[in-house]
Design a binder for this molecule. Structure first.
Ligand SMILES: NC(=O)c1ccc[n+]([C@@H]2O[C@H](COP(=O)([O-])OP(=O)(O)OC[C@H]3O[C@@H](n4cnc5c(N)ncnc54)[C@H](OP(=O)(O)O)[C@@H]3O)[C@@H](O)[C@H]2O)c1
Length: 333
């Protein structure tokens, strides 16, 4: 048996706790270290997940030789600098979504990984869920004919309170708003079904804190396919995706964390699948990273770097059309 792949966790916040729970279910993985800007927070996380190495700074974490790959889980504006810090220290990186805040940062990050010959992947976990893998198989075998239309939405009604105002979602200085937080799931799904769009029209409502509270994106493709996408942080929606083709449709409830889907075909009984998670769904992307590292790959063909870059270009165009501008971001290092 080869030794387990040793993970470092950078930024032990909300999603890092979920990811670590998923990682604990992967027999081939070990959480070796955690790095926080505050040693006490690193200790608390390490006690929860039984992590041997605890670091009170990100720089200390990336210098730890007992790590093969680092999961970057800071708010979006810090993804690029934290991921580059890891790559430059010779570590592979799984970087939370959105990959970066814009395409310029994405280009810089990808160039760094390629120059250093280090593995890098965006943590677009939805793409690795067993149900979504099955949906890709249905599409590839032509189960619904030619896909023509995608509708997908991801909206939640978050309250505007002193507490939430302190968090990243409503804070432009932390890349807040629905587009980069959850809109990116809908856009990534459209890329999975149709690829990069050739036309784009979008509209957003910018709220009192100067971030997008809800937004609609229409993507168009050369053969007439359309993706109709919606994202929000102040409006609750069903979070469904429907892929409609010339011979049927695929319905995916809670598509971003899907555990079920239904294939509907003209003249045939519907096929309903239920595929529960082993832990919480975050384990699947970790398994992909481990497999890539073991095979000496520098990127995943399921979530390739050029696609993460193209998605960021699309998000840049959406923000430009919507008049959403972020102030200059601080550095976290
Ligand atoms: N895949 C998913 O399902 C999913 C779900 C939620 C979020 N995400 C993504 O994961 C990233 C983190 O989201 P989150 O909700 O976990 O964020 P969060 O809890 O607000 O922050 C994560 C951690 O980042 C560190 N951090 C560094 N600089 C910070 C700053 N200036 N302000 C706040 N925290 C800072 C903090 O750790 P220390 O200070 O202890 O180092 C914090 O605990 C986002 O990019 C988000 O899009 C993904």
């Amino acid at each position: 048996m080869p030794k387990k792949i040793r993970w470092g966790i950078l930024g032990p916040g909300g999603i890092a706790h979920k990811f670590a729970t998923g990682l604990k279910a992967v027999p081939d993985a070990k959480i070796s270290a955690v790095g926080s800007r505050d040693l006490q927070r690193a200790n608390t996380f390490a006690d929860t997940f039984d992590v041997p190495h605890r670091h009170g700074s990100y720089i200390e974490l990336v210098d730890n030789p007992e790590i093969d790959v680092i999961y970057v889980a800071t708010p979006h504006p810090f993804h690029k600098e934290c991921a580059m810090l890891c790559l430059e220290a010779g570590k592979a990186v799984l970087c939370e979504k959105p990959f970066t805040v814009d395409a310029e940062q994405a280009e810089e990050l990808i160039a760094c990984a390629r120059e250093r010959k280090q593995f890098l992947m965006e943590a677009m976990w939805t793409r690795f869920l067993p149900v979504i893998v099955k949906v890709r198989e249905w599409l590839a075998e032509g189960a619904i004919g030619e896909p023509r239309l995608l509708t997908a939405d991801h909206g939640s009604r978050k309250t505007l309170s002193p507490e939430t105002l302190e968090g990243r979602l409503f804070n432009p200085k932390l890349g807040g708003g629905g587009l980069l937080d959850v809109g990116v799931y809908t856009v990534a799904l459209a890329y999975m079904v149709f690829g990069a769009p050739s036309k784009l029209t979008s509209l957003a409502h910018i709220g009192v804190t100067n971030v997008d509270e809800q937004a609609s994106i229409l993507l168009g493709y050369d053969s007439g396919q359309i993706a109709n996408l919606f994202s929000a942080i102040r409006t609750e929606t069903s979070k469904e995706a429907r892929i409609i083709g010339t011979k049927g449709a695929i319905h995916i409830p809670e598509f971003w964390q899907a555990t079920s889907a239904t294939l509907i075909r003209t003249g045939k009984d519907p096929v309903h699948i239920e595929m529960p998670f082993i832990a919480n769904g975050h384990e699947n992307q970790a398994i992909e990273v481990i497999n890539c590292i073991r095979e000496g790959k520098l990127e995943s063909h399921v979530m390739p770097l050029d696609e993460s870059l193209s998605i960021m270009k699309t998000m840049d165009t959406v923000r430009e059309q919507c008049g959403l501008e972020y102030p200059p971001f601080d550095s976290v290092l």
